[in-house]
Design a binder for this molecule. Structure first.
Ligand code: HEM
Ligand code: NAG
Ligand code: NAG
Length: 502
C-alpha cells in the first residue's frame, strides 16, 4: 500500500514539475540568452513571494546581460522578452507602435477595467482621444489656482507641525499634499487630508497599491482573469469611485461649475457630445457612467502616488546634499522675487535647475520601473533575428536603463549635472523613460511636473531640509507597493529659514 501511495505521489509531483516547467525551453530553442527559471515562478520567485520589489529583479536581469540586445525571461511560466537595446526600445514605443498598442495587464474590462491605463485597442484609442484635450496647457493653467492653493495650505500645515517637531517622515507627509491636489483638481473635493480624517484615503491607498496575487495569476495565465470577469481591485474601490462620481454629478446637476476641474471638463464634453448626437448622425458617443468612474479612479490613482514617491525621493536627496539644495533655493528665490511670489505655468522655464533636479530624481527612481507592451501580431525585432509572437509581453526596463553607466556615469550617485543641456543632447532619446514614450506615454506628465514643482518651490522658499541621526542612509524598494517607494520611513528635519527672519 505504502509503495503504491508513494508512487502515486511521485507521479503527481513529476506531473506538476513537468507542467510548471513545460515552457522553459522557449528561449533556449530560439537562441535567446536569459536567466535560468525555477519551476512555477520562472524568474520572479523573489517578487512573487514579496521578498523584493519586481523592479529589483528587472534591474538585476538588465545588469547581468550587458552585451545582449534582448534577454529572454519568464514571468511565472510565461515567456517575455526584455529589451536592452535603445534602438529596439524606440521601435517598440514609437515607430512600430501599431504592433504594441496594448499594455497587456488583463482583467475584467467591465467596471474599473475600462480605464485609460488598462484599456486595450479600440477602447483605449477612444478614451485617449477623448481625454487628451483635458490635459492641454490651457486646461492646466486654469487649474493652477487649485494647485497653488493646496500648496499654500500644505506649507502652513508643515509650519504648524514642524514648530512642535521638526522630524517628519517625508513620504506620508507629501502624500497628504498630492492626495489633496488630485482630489481638488479631479473631483472638486475639498477633503482635508492635512488635519482631517485620512483613514478613508489611506484605506483606498492600500487597496489600490498593495500588490495582490491576481497579478502573478495574470502573468501565469494571461487573459484568464478577463475571461472570468475578475477585477484586480476589491469591490469597495469600485463603489467608492461610483459614489464619488454620482455625488459630484448630482451636486453639479449635470452642468459644469466654475472650478474648471476635470469633472467640469468631463461634464462640458458630455453635454457637447450629446448635442452633436442629436444634431447630426456622427458617432460621437457620450461616455458611460462606468467609463467616467473608471477614469476618475485611474487619474486619481495614477496621479497622487507616483508624484508622492517622486517628491519623497527628491526631498530626501536635497536633505542629503545641502549644496544642491542651496543652489536650487537660490534659483527659486530669484524666481519668486522676479514674479512677486506668484507661480505661473508659463514661467517654469526660468527654473532650469529645478528641472534638472526633478529629472535626476526620476532617473534614479523611475516610480513605474518597467514599461509594458503586448504584441498584437508577430513581430521581428529590428537588428536581430528574434521573432516576438503575437500576444507576447515586452518589458522595457526603465530602471535598468536609468542605472546603466553607459548612459549615466556613476549611476548610483545623485547628480543633477546628468541633465545639464549638453549631457542631454548627447544621449539616446530613449535613455530616459520615467513617463514612458510614444502614443501611450503618461497623459499626466505636465500635471505631475506642475504639482511637484509648485510644492518644491514653496517648500524651499520657507524651509531648510536637513538630515539628522534618525535619517537612514540606505533602504530598499518596498515589495508591498506597486510603485517604487522606500521600505523604511525617511525622516528629515524641517527648519524655518533663518535668513528670512533677519
Ligand atoms: C511623477 C509622476 C508620474 C510618473 C513618474 C508617471 C509615470 C507613468 C508611466 C511610466 C506611464 C506608462 C507610460 C508608458 O507605458 O509608456 C504612465 C501612464 C499613465 N499615467 Fe502617469 N505618471 C505620473 C503622474 C501621473 C499623473 C499626475 C496622472 C494623472 C493626471 C497620470 C496618469 C497616467 C495615465 C492615465 C496613464 C495611462 C496612459 C495610457 O495608457 O494611455 N500620471 N505614467
Ligand atoms: C462582471 O462583473 C461585474 C461586477 O464586478 C458585473 O456587474 C457584471 O455583470 C459581470 N459581467 C458578466 C458578463 O458576468
Ligand atoms: C526633463 O524631463 C522632461 C520629460 O520627462 C523633458 O521634457 C525635459 O526636457 C527634461 N529636462 C532636462 C533638463 O533634461
Amino acid at each position: 500500500m505504502v509503495l503504491i501511495e508513494s508512487a502515486a505521489f511521485a507521479i503527481c509531483i513529476g506531473a506538476l514539475y513537468f507542467y510548471f516547467t513545460r515552457t522553459f525551453n522557449y528561449w533556449k530553442a530560439r537562441n535567446v540568452l536569459g536567466p535560468k527559471p525555477v519551476p512555477f515562478f520562472g524568474n520572479i520567485f523573489e517578487s512573487a513571494l514579496r521578498y523584493v520589489h519586481p523592479g529589483v529583479i528587472i534591474k538585476r536581469i538588465y545588469d547581468n546581460y550587458p552585451t545582449e540586445k534582448v534577454v529572454g525571461m519568464f514571468r511565472m511560466t510565461t515567456p517575455c522578452l526584455l529589451i536592452r537595446d535603445l534602438d529596439i526600445v524606440k521601435h517598440v514605443l514609437i515607430k512600430d507602435f501599431d504592433f504594441f498598442v496594448d499594455r497587456g495587464i488583463e482583467f475584467s474590462d467591465e467596471g474599473l477595467g475600462t480605464n485609460l491605463f488598462h484599456a486595450n485597442g479600440v477602447t483605449w484609442r477612444k478614451l485617449r482621444s477623448r481625454f487628451t484635450p483635458m490635459f492641454t496647457s490651457q486646461k492646466l493653467k486654469n487649474m493652477m489656482h487649485l494647485i497653488n492653493d493646496r500648496a499654500d495650505k500644505f506649507i502652513d500645515y508643515i509650519s504648524e507641525i514642524t514648530f512642535k517637531n521638526p522630524e517628519q517622515d517625508i513620504y506620508s507627509l507629501v502624500k497628504k499634499y498630492t492626495m489633496s491636489t488630485m482630489a481638488a483638481c479631479f473631483f472638486g473635493l475639498d477633503i482635508d487630508t492635512l488635519r482631517g480624517d485620512t483613514q478613508t484615503m489611506m484605506r483606498i491607498d492600500k487597496a489600490i497599491f498593495t500588490p495582490t496575487f491576481a497579478i502573478e495569476f495574470d502573468m501565469m495565465y494571461p487573459g484568464l482573469l478577463k475571461k472570468m470577469n475578475m477585477s484586480l481591485f476589491p469591490k469597495d474601490i469600485k463603489k467608492f469611485f461610483k459614489d464619488l462620481v454620482e455625488t459630484i454629478m448630482t451636486q453639479r446637476k449635470g452642468e459644469p461649475s466654475a472650478r474648471k476641474d476635470f469633472m467640469d471638463l468631463i461634464l462640458e464634453n458630455q453635454n457637447k457630445k450629446s448635442l452633436e448626437t442629436i444634431n447630426s448622425d456622427t458617432n460621437a458617443e457620450v461616455l458611460t457612467n462606468d467609463e467616467i468612474e473608471a477614469q476618475a479612479f485611474a487619474f486619481y490613482a495614477a496621479g497622487y502616488d507616483t508624484s508622492a514617491s517622486t517628491l519623497c525621493f527628491m526631498l530626501y536627496h536635497l536633505a542629503l546634499e545641502p549644496e544642491i539644495q542651496n543652489r536650487l533655493r537660490n534659483e527659486i528665490d530669484v524666481y519668486l522675487h522676479r514674479h512677486s511670489d506668484q507661480i505661473e505655468l508659463d514661467t517654469f522655464n526660468e527654473l532650469p535647475y529645478l528641472d534638472q533636479v526633478l529629472n535626476e530624481t526620476l532617473r534614479m527612481y523611475p516610480v513605474d520601473d518597467t514599461l509594458l507592451r503586448k504584441a498584437r501580431n508577430d513581430y521581428k525585432c529590428p537588428g536581430t533575428n528574434i521573432e516576438v509572437s503575437r500576444g507576447q509581453i515586452i518589458l522595457i526596463p526603465a530602471i535598468g536603463i536609468h542605472h546603466d553607466e553607459k548612459y549615466y556615469p556613476k549611476p548610483e550617485i545623485f547628480n543633477p549635472e546628468n541633465f545639464a543641456r549638453e549631457k542631454v543632447t548627447g544621449r539616446h532619446p530613449c535613455s530616459f523613460l520615467p513617463f514612458g514614450l510614444g502614443p501611450r506615454n503618461c497623459i499626466g506628465i505636465r500635471f505631475a511636473q506642475t504639482q511637484i514643482r509648485v510644492c518644491v518651490i514653496r517648500l524651499l522658499s520657507m524651509f531648510r531640509i536637513e538630515i539628522f541621526k534618525n535619517t537612514v542612509r540606505s533602504f530598499c524598494f518596498d515589495p508591498y507597493r506597486i510603485h517604487i517607494a522606500p521600505n523604511k520611513k525617511l525622516y528629515v528635519n524641517f527648519y524655518p529659514r533663518m535668513d528670512l527672519n533677519l
